[in-house]
Design a protein around this ligand. Structure first.
Ligand SMILES: Cc1cc2nc3c(=O)[nH]c(=O)nc-3n(C[C@H](O)[C@H](O)[C@H](O)COP(=O)(O)OP(=O)(O)OC[C@H]3O[C@@H](n4cnc5c(N)ncnc54)[C@H](O)[C@@H]3O)c2cc1C
Length: 292
């Protein structure tokens, strides 16, 4: 299908990009890897007057690892993440989840900022951002602001971004070396969007769960944390009884609607199973090592 007509700009600086977006009100859109925007244009789900191509903005391509956490520039691609060995050690859960994103070709172009701004409820990175309490940096004509991931994703393809803002960076809090983690996803084919996925992390203290975070993807309008599961696990004994309760509680937390991909009842069962498997992986990944 042919794209609708639009004006095109390819600014050399972030400031220029933001000024272009601001000058068009809500009628301009940034272009990153194009893996979601181009199909949206083709299907006329988006029809902006101006496309602002971000590809020259090398200032958004950084992967920074520091004591206080990891920062990824918006133009970092999936491929950059998967090929970055220090990142695999600095945030193994993030890398493990990105391994499930799409296919080789899409991973060569798709970006962190594009995924965050597109806000597909079945996308892995928004789910990891919410589970890990990441922060999203937005830049607009009135400066920059930092938004908690929990407040950023508002619904399917809906975010807290204003029309003149771009995502410039996502920041993940520091990852303790001995933290345990798991990520499980079920998709019809490897690389497809998740029918359901679960992310789990915790710090073991003796035989007890501490600092538990459990996130779910693909089962609601936006990624979210399973607070009921976190509460029941926190301070409880690590073992089979806790795993069984977590599975049941996760499934009970949702009532997904039927859609063309799966019935709601199937998805409800599936999220319980994904939580159970991710939790089991986390328990057995006792050495805190990377994810391969
Ligand atoms: C076949 C296929 C399979 C896929 N499977 C998966 C999958 O399993 N999991 C998954 O998570 N994704 C999947 N995707 C989506 C893919 O990961 C996209 O790359 C991603 O969702 C969007 O990134 P992008 O860089 O291509 O953004 P684009 O397509 O360029 O942009 C997407 C949206 O974000 C906006 N945008 C882009 N960058 C910014 C920015 N910095 N600031 C503000 N707004 C911005 C655009 O205006 C547009 O609205 C798949 C895509 C395809 C084509």
């Amino acid at each position: 299908m042919k794209l609708p007509s639009f004006d095109y700009a390819c600014p050399a600086t972030v400031a220029e990009a933001v000024a272009l977006l601001a000058s068009h009100g809500g009628d301009a859109k940034p272009l990153a890897g194009g893996q979601s925007l181009v199909p949206m244009l083709a299907f006329r789900l988006a029809s902006p007057a101006l496309i602002v191509d971000l590809r020259k903005l090398d200032e958004l391509r950084h992967i920074r690892i520091a004591e206080d956490g990891v920062a990824l520039g918006a133009m970092v691609r999936w491929r950059d993440i998967l090929e970055h060995s220090p990142l695999r050690r600095a945030h193994p859960l993030l890398v493990m989840a990105v391994e499930h994103v799409a296919h080789y070709q899409v991973r060569n172009r798709g970006t962190v900022g594009g995924s965050i701004a597109h806000a597909d409820p079945a996308a892995e990175l928004p789910g990891i951002a919410v589970t890990c309490e990441a922060k999203i940096v937005a830049l607009g004509k009135s400066g920059s602001r930092v938004i908690d991931a929990a407040d950023f994703f508002r619904g399917p393809l809906m975010t807290a971004l204003k029309p003149d803002e771009i995502v410039s960076e996502i920041r993940f809090p520091a990852w303790p070396r001995q933290r345990r983690f798991g990520f499980r996803e079920f998709a019809r084919r490897r690389g497809d969007f998740a029918l359901a996925a679960a992310a789990v992390l915790f710090d073991a203290s003796g035989e007890k769960f501490r600092n538990v975070r459990v996130g779910a993807v693909g089962v609601a309008d936006a990624p979210l944390r399973l607070v009921a599961v976190e509460r029941l696990l926190e301070d409880s004994e690590i073992g089979e009884a806790a795993i069984a309760k977590a599975e049941k509680t996760a499934a009970a937390a949702f009532d997904p609607a039927d859609d063309i991909h799966a019935s709601g009842a199937y998805r409800k069962t599936l999220i319980g199973v994904m939580v159970e498997r991710a939790l089991r992986d986390a328990i057995h990944r006792a050495d805190g090592s990377g994810c391969r």
